[in-house]
Design a protein around this ligand. Structure first.
Ligand SMILES: [Zn+2]
Ligand SMILES: [Zn+2]
Ligand SMILES: [Zn+2]
Length: 156
C-alpha cells in the first residue's frame, strides 16, 4: 500500500496496537513496541536480523531471542503478519478484527498491500473440509508488480 502520510499511518497503527493490547490485557512492553514501530517504519517486509541491527546501539546490543520473543507476541496478537516467502514481517493495520491476510508483494519496490476476502476464506475452508484437512496456518502471498511500478515500467 502506498500511503500519503506515513508518519500518520504508522502512528495510528501503533496507537491501535496499544488499544488492542489494553483491551486484551496484554502488555505492549517497550521492546515489543520498539519492534512494532520498527516494522511500521515502512510498508516493506522487515527481517528479524534487520530488527536486531536497527534496534541495537553501541552500548546495548539486542540479542536475537529478545527479538524473536517480541515477534511471537506481535504475531500472536495479529499486530503483524509473517511473510512466509520472504521470511519477514509486515505490520497489520486492523488487528482488532480476526482475518486471514492476502499479501500482495511488489517484487520491484518491495511494497506490500494487505487485503482479505471472506469469499476466498470460505472457499479454502470448504476445500479443506472436503479433503478432511485440518488447517492450522494459512498463508496467501502474491508476488508481482504494484500499480505504481506497473506505471513506471510502461509509461503512457
Ligand atoms: Zn503508511
Ligand atoms: Zn492483517
Ligand atoms: Zn512496486
Amino acid at each position: 500500500m502506498h500511503c500519503l502520510n506515513h508518519i500518520h499511518c504508522a502512528g495510528t497503527a501503533i496507537e491501535n496496537a496499544e488499544h488492542v493490547c489494553l483491551a486484551r490485557g496484554a502488555r505492549l512492553t517497550p521492546i515489543r513496541k520498539a519492534v512494532l514501530a520498527e516494522i511500521w517504519a515502512g510498508h516493506e517486509a522487515t527481517k528479524a536480523y534487520d530488527l536486531i541491527s536497527r534496534l541495537s546501539t553501541a552500548g546495548n546490543v539486542i540479542k536475537p531471542p529478545t527479538i524473536y520473543r517480541a515477534l511471537d507476541f506481535l504475531l500472536a496478537h495479529g499486530l503483524i503478519h509473517r511473510i512466509e516467502s520472504l521470511n519477514a514481517f509486515i505490520g497489520c493495520d486492523h488487528p482488532e478484527i480476526a482475518h486471514q491476510a492476502i499479501l500482495m508483494i511488489c517484487d520491484t519496490c518491495g511494497t506490500i498491500n494487505e487485503q482479505s476476502s471472506d469469499a476466498l476464506n470460505q472457499l479454502i475452508t470448504q476445500i479443506s473440509h472436503q479433503q478432511q484437512f485440518e488447517t492450522t496456518r494459512q498463508s496467501i502471498e502474491l508476488h508481482g508488480l504494484c500499480v505504481r511500478c506497473q506505471t513506471q515500467a510502461n509509461p503512457n
